[in-house]
Ligand binder design. Structure first.
Ligand SMILES: [Zn+2]
Length: 85
């Protein structure tokens, strides 16, 4: 099976072989009322890709996601009204 292209979730750039990409993921540690979310940023690896993590092309796009997460607690842009709610 041909490997799918990897696109930057920040700017849409296509991942090349030699680029130094990152995976950013918002995770939760602890249980219930003691749960704390935290941000994990790690060097890009094929095996770590998953639907909740962001593939990010470099420092500039990393900073976009970090800023958004610090401001909102989410990696995705938060809509004021969701279509499915
Ligand atoms: Zn990017």
């Amino acid at each position: 099976m041909k490997q799918a292209r990897v696109l930057c979730d920040g700017c849409g750039a296509v991942k090349q072989q030699t680029n130094h990409w990152w995976i950013i993921e918002s995770l939760v540690a602890g249980r219930e009322e003691n749960a704390k979310s935290y941000l994990q940023i790690r060097p890009w690896e094929q095996d770590w890709q998953n639907n909740d993590a962001k593939d990010v092309c470099g420092e500039r796009c990393v900073s976009i996601f970090v800023s958004r997460w610090v401001a909102t607690g989410y990696l995705e842009v938060q809509e004021t009204v969701k279509a499915d709610q």
